[in-house]
Every structure is written in C-alpha cells, then in structure tokens.
Design a protein around this ligand. Structure first.
Ligand code: 13P
Ligand code: SF4
Length: 366
C-alpha cells in the first residue's frame, strides 16, 4: 500500500489519466488552470476507480476545493443535505470530505456503516467550544427549556440535545420545539452569532453560548461597505454564522446551499459570498454568467481535506470515525428529529434583518 507523502504524492499525468478525467476538466477549467489540473488529475482518476472498487461514496461539503467538490464528490451540499444523504445511501463506506462533526453525524445516522475522514485534524472552532458537560450545566440552570444545538457540535453534545439544527433550518427548528414544549425560551448553542441572527427572526427568547466560527466572525460590516463601494451594484450574500451587523449589510443571508441556490435562481451579474473562500469557486462553476468578487477567508479545518488524503483514506481505510453506541443512540434522536422536520415549502431560511438583535442570555465557561 503506498504511503501518503511517498509514491502517491508523485502520481504521473499519463494518457490513461487524461482519458479518464478530461470530461471533468471541462467542468472545472474556469477555476483550475491546466498546469494545476495535471497535478490533481492522477488523484482524481485513482480515487474515482478505487471508490467504485471498494463501494464507497464521498460526501463533499460546499467548502471543499473544486477538484474535490466537482471531481470526486458523489453527494455535494450543505451540512443538512450531507446528513440526509449519509442516512439514505446504501454504500457501506462513507468518506466525509468535510470536517469531523460531519463525519460523526454520518456515523450517528448510519452506525452500521464505515465512516472515514481523510484527516482527523479537520475540526471546527464551534464544535470545540462546547462539551456535553457544559450542556448539562445549562440544563440545570434553565430547567424546562429545550436545548437546540447546531450540527457543528461533537457527539457528546448532541447526546444532551433535544433537537439539532443547521443554518438552513434553525428558525424553523426553534419555533417548532418551543411550540411542542409550550415555552417561549430556547437554549440555542454554541454559535452566538447564529443565535443572534435567529433571535432577530422570531419572538422566542434565545439563550446562547459564547462560541463562534473562526472564519465567519472575522467579517465586519466595514468589509461589506468597502466591497460595495468598490463594486457598485454587487449582490452580497452572507452566511448566518457572521455577526448580525454583517447580515444587516447583506442582500440575502442563508446556509451555504441557500447562497448557492440564490445565485442559481437570481443570476446576479456580480456577487460576493461572505463565507469560506472555496465556496465561490464551486458556485462559479455552476454559474458561468455571474462574476464573483472573492474576499478569501479560508477554513483551516476544511482545508485539511486534500485529494492525496482522500486517496490514502480509501487505500488504508483510515481514519475511521466511531461514536460510542449509547451516546450515538441518544445523539441520533436529536439529529433524526431535525431531519424529519419538513422545511417550510422546501425553502431555505433567509435571515435578513436590519437591527441589532437582542438575545435573552449569553452563557460561557467562567
Ligand atoms: P452549512 O450548514 O451552511 O453547510 O454550514 C456548515 C459550516 O460549517 C459553515 O461554516
Ligand atoms: Fe467550523 Fe467555521 Fe470551519 Fe464551518 S467554517 S467548519 S463553522 S470553523
């Protein structure tokens, strides 16, 4: 078995590789120069052969680089869509081209399947900000209040959760669970910005946690004002993990797929996606008529996933992601409750608001 960093880092671009991959290059040539393609193509050919041979599917998040997203991903989308695909697929092996909490979610939903992640260091600042013990303390402090956690959390947090949410359904989930429990408050953790942006869309009082996404919290309203000043008429789309004053400057705010759908449906002439950098390449491939302004904030965790890493993962069946069965069973209830909620009209949540939303309480470790 070749080891990562030795033979497989020098796979040659042969005529056979060219033949197997040229149709894929046609798809991505607007964002990948030919000289770079010749480095990626041998891995793409090897991955696509091997995944068929071993019966694996690759779930690719919208933040993967285009050579992964467009060329080896079998299912592509936001974290809600990938969770749903993980639950549905018949494949016995799932390779998560995304971060660790996404792989854990796949394992929770499909405990009988082998779930692999190419790099165990692919974490998330939100998932790292909260533990199951933190959630238990919050439940003691706020008895009778439902706990909604973002999917960007570890399995032990999900096991303490009443229902999960993603950025595409958070308002709907909060309103649903509060209606079911007959209460007017919710614990929505760990992303304080998502929580504030949800609070702006509902009358439910939101208790949250001092967590943040290290990529989205860096955007400021001044960044957006500068982009608008330099690019008159540009349409600004933002992810709801951004601070509320950033969303107040945007034309639309929604999940990664919400933003991709906006570009597909509205066909803006000029657009900027206020989110992780690679997403613009992936949306640009599907929308060649739109011009993308590209501020570049990279997620260092998502960028741990590479083609050589995916190939090695399929060759060695490492790294397997496991969740202790009792914890997985509890966590599954929370994820499944979310999946079972139909999205209103199939629509993605739009978080547009113009204020400085108030939250009921901001909690954190002392
Ligand atoms: P989505 O649910 O919008 O795909 O977002 C996941 C994520 O990690 C955003 O930073
Ligand atoms: Fe986590 Fe932010 Fe990276 Fe998404 S972009 S995985 S929320 S650190």
């Amino acid at each position: 078995m070749p080891a990562f960093g030795s033979e497989i880092s020098n796979l040659p671009f042969t005529d056979e590789v060219r033949e197997k991959t040229e149709h894929l290059y046609d798809e991505v040539k607007s964002v990948i120069p030919r000289i770079e393609w010749e480095v990626h193509a041998p891995y793409i050919a090897a991955i696509n052969d091997l995944k068929k041979e071993v019966g694996a599917v690759i779930l690719a998040h919208n933040y993967m680089t285009p050579e992964i997203f467009a060329c080896v991903g079998d299912f592509r989308g936001d974290s809600l869509m990938l969770a749903k695909e993980a639950a549905k697929t018949d494949a016995q092996i799932i390779v998560q081209a995304g971060v660790h909490f996404m792989a854990e979610t796949s394992k929770i939903l499909s405990p009988e399947k082998t779930v692999l992640i190419p790099d165990l260091r692919a974490g998330c600042s939100l998932a790292a900000s909260l533990t199951g013990a933190d959630v238990r303390l919050l439940k003691e402090k706020y008895p009778g209040i439902p706990v909604v956690t973002y999917v960007n959390t570890t399995a032990d947090v999900k096991a303490e959760t009443d229902i999960c949410c993603t950025s595409s359904n958070a308002v709907q989930v909060v309103e649903h669970i509060c209606g079911e429990w007959g209460v007017d408050k919710v614990i929505l953790i760990p992303d304080q910005y998502l929580a504030k942006n949800v609070a702006a869309m509902t009358d439910i009082k939101v208790i949250t946690w001092a967590g943040a996404c290290e990529v989205h919290e860096r955007f400021t309203k001044e960044d957006i004002q500068e982009i608008r000043a330099g690019n008159p008429g540009v349409i600004v789309l933002a992810h709801p993990e951004c601070p509320p004053d950033v969303l107040a400057e945007a034309d639309y705010a929604g999940s990664t797929s919400g933003m991709a759908n906006y570009v597909k449906d509205e066909k803006p002439a000029n657009v900027v996606l206020i989110t992780e950098c690679s997403m613009s390449d992936n949306v640009a491939i599907a929308n060649p008529e739109t011009n993308f302004i590209r501020p570049c904030n990279l997620c260092p965790h998502m960028k741990r996933i590479t083609l050589p890493g995916i190939l090695e993962c399929l060759q060695t069946m490492q790294h397997e992601v496991t969740v202790e069965p009792e914890m997985a069973e509890k966590a599954k209830l929370a994820v499944q409750r979310m999946i079972d909620l139909p999205l209103k009209g199939g629509a993605q949540q739009n978080y547009m608001h113009d204020g400085n939303p108030k939250i009921f309480a901001l909690e954190g470790r002392a």
